[in-house]
Design a protein around this ligand. Structure first.
Ligand code: F6R
Length: 609
């Protein structure tokens, strides 16, 4: 989604703005622009398309100046075009602004401003911010920005610059992330840490409603009422290298290979040494609290939602508390039955997904206790929830989520085991067995990654099919959903996942000769049933690629090919079976020449509805 950068300091603004925006490219965008104060005027340069287009446009004539802002836009209001790209300016070029989010009352404001003589040049909601500032500016930049913000409704992170107030940027946020990087004789603003990470690891993370005035040697933060706020420095604990490709062709491949490390980190210090219990110091729940919870909602989007489905299974099976798993954009609008006996768990890699954040706020409003599972420390969701458990996956850059998913599964397992331990809903022996099994998972994922040649071959063989089906039962079905999403989003192959038992209720009509069906068969209680479903599709001449645990001798009798993953407890095996599906999607996308890390129309962090 859109990216924001800002620079004020002793150095040149443009090189940082371009470098910062490059580091935010992974978020997905369709146009880019920068604005730099050159001592006389604010020079704005923008271009539709990739950042390389913008760089080409200003080659040999890069804006000179030490205060500037930049933006990568992902179109919401108005098509991708040079005009609609940010930064946007007022009528006289006195002010420029970059903005992520949506100004919901922009039409009313725009009509009013047009009536007062303002000339608009773009179709965006953002442009009203610049004209509004021009309209209310009274010589005091800070109080004028405060006035503008009091007039707008919606979600935003934004940065203003002013020709009349050189050497000063003003930024604020509401439901969209924004950080300030603290430098020496220079300061930085960004919507996301990777933009500034190779300049500084010392940051202020802005909270909703805060307004920061940023100069090269001073920063002050206030709330909407103008009262000062003391910010704590947040030290980022990962480095630029962690956000780079490290020799892999794509971030996605790097992140798939980082899964053993990420899962190990997420488990570390959360398991008792003697394997007797899960230790979640973050939660400190007791029997009284868990007995008071009569229903759990797990709410998330996309891949995180798929992790939630596995979480539902874990919690219901292990802790015997009813769980509903909901898509955040549905939950927030469907008047869910939530009260103070409800626990709502939201899962979000970025911690910024607007629907998940809104669902969290709605659950809180209705009286629910809330727990966030997220990968980003200090993210909006982490800050809004009553409690947080972090996945320690490190920065996930590729749009397609991989290591975030596996670490989310691990956290859901930990939560379920932790609950089961407190509620005594599971024999101690079984808890210890699963903990021992979880300890093995990182090594087993590593083994799954050792031999990818068969997967490459299947990807080449079937990568040009237009439809692929994924089937499975129980936890295999949940993983099938994630496998299908991965394939769709990066290879653009139409892929659907079905509970294998559902096939006969309609989908079987689509199974004809040569259609690839990826069949997961790892769940013992439904194994025979899954085999029957596989026979059904084989009888329609589908090509079946089976996914099974080592030691399975049956599946190969019915499938055309079988990919084996190490043998593991059937509760834990989703952490392994998803890996070949991620790789299949990756190599299929490569076969089809797709932009793996930045698939079309998609963005990493979905901060608009
Ligand atoms: C798919 C993918 C998305 C995200 C979804 C939620 O690979 O990455 O489906 O899972 O947009 O994002 P987060 O987890 O950041 O809330």
């Amino acid at each position: 989604m859109c990216g924001i950068v800002g620079y004020v300091g002793d150095g040149q603004a443009a090189p940082f703005l371009l470098e910062g925006l490059t580091r935010l490219e992974y978020r997905g965008y369709d146009s880019a622009g920068i604005a730099v104060y050159d001592g006389e005027k604010i020079r704005i340069e923008k271009s539709v398309g990739r950042l390389s287009e913008l760089k080409k446009k200003i080659e040999g004539n890069v804006p000179v100046g030490s205060t500037g802002i930049g933006h990568t836009r992902w179109a919401t209001h108005g098509r991708p075009s040079d005009m609609n790209a940010h930064p946007h300016a007022d009528c006289h070029g006195d002010f420029a602004v970059v903005h992520n989010g949506i100004i919901e009352n922009y039409m009313t404001l725009k009509e009013d401003l047009i009536a007062k003589g303002h000339i608009f040049v773009s179709e965006t909601d953002t442009e009203v911010l610049a004209h509004l500032l021009e309209e209310v500016y009274d010589g005091d930049f800070e109080s004028s920005v405060r006035k503008v913000l009091s007039m707008v409704e919606g979600s935003y992170s934004l940065v203003f610059m002013s020709r009349r107030d050189p050497g000063m940027l003003i930024c604020s946020k509401q439901d969209n992330p924004l950080v300030i990087g603290l430098g020496d004789g220079e300061n930085f603003i960004a919507s996301d840490i990777p933009a500034i990470i190779n300049r500084t690891r010392r940051t202020y993370i802005l909270s909703d409603g805060e307004i920061a005035v940023v100069k090269k040697d001073a920063i002050w933060v206030t709330n909407h009422a103008g009262e000062p706020i003391t910010k704590k420095v947040f030290e980022v604990n990962w480095n630029a290298e962690a956000a780079e490709k490290g020799g892999y062709e794509h971030f996605m491949l790097k992140e798939i290979h980082e899964q053993p490390k990420a899962v190990r980190a997420t488990l570390s210090s959360r398991l008792a040494k003697d394997d007797s219990a899960v230790v979640l110091d973050e939660l400190k729940w007791n029997r009284g609290f868990l007995d008071s919870v009569n229903r759990i909602f797990i709410v998330a989007c996309g891949t995180a939602y798929h992790a939630g489905l596995v979480g539902k299974y874990y919690i219901e099976r292990m802790a015997r508390i009813p769980v509903e798993c909901d898509i955040a954009s549905e939950f927030r609008y469907r008047a869910p039955i939530v009260d103070d006996h409800t626990l709502t768990i939201v899962i979000s890699q970025s911690g910024e997904t607007i629907d998940t954040l809104a669902a969290l706020k709605e659950a809180k409003r209705l009286g629910s206790r809330t727990l966030a599972v997220t990968n980003v420390v200090g993210s909006s969701i982490a800050r809004d929830a009553d409690q947080v458990i972090y996945t320690w996956a490190g920065p996930e850059i590729a749009v397609a989520s991989t290591k975030a998913y596996t670490t989310q599964l691990i956290v859901m397992l930990l939560i379920a085991l932790y609950m089961a331990g407190i509620k005594e809903t599971m024999p101690q022996k079984r808890i210890a067995e699963l903990i021992r099994g979880a300890r093995e998972i990182p090594t087993q994922i590593g083994k799954t990654l050792e031999d990818v040649d068969p997967i490459k071959t299947f990807a080449k063989q079937y990568g040009f099919n237009e439809d692929v089906f994924f089937i499975g039962r129980s936890l295999d079905y949940d993983v099938a959903l994630e496998g299908a999403l991965k394939l769709k989003e990066i290879s653009y192959i139409h892929a659907e996942a079905y509970a294998a038992g559902e096939l006969k209720h309609g989908t079987l009509a689509l199974i004809v000769e040569g259609v690839p069906v990826i069949a997961l068969a790892t769940q013992k209680s439904v194994y025979e049933k899954t085999l029957s479903n596989i026979k059904e599709v084989k009888a329609r001449d589908a090509v079946v690629i089976g996914i099974a645990a080592e030691g399975d001798t049956e599946l190969k009798k019915y499938a055309d090919h079988v990919i084996y993953v190490p043998e593991a407890d059937e509760m834990l095996i989703p952490l392994l079976t998803v890996v070949p599906l991620q790789l299949l999607a990756y190599y299929a996308a490569l076969t089809r020449g797709c932009d793996v890390d930045k698939p079309r129309n998609l963005a990493k962090s979905v901060t608009v509805e």
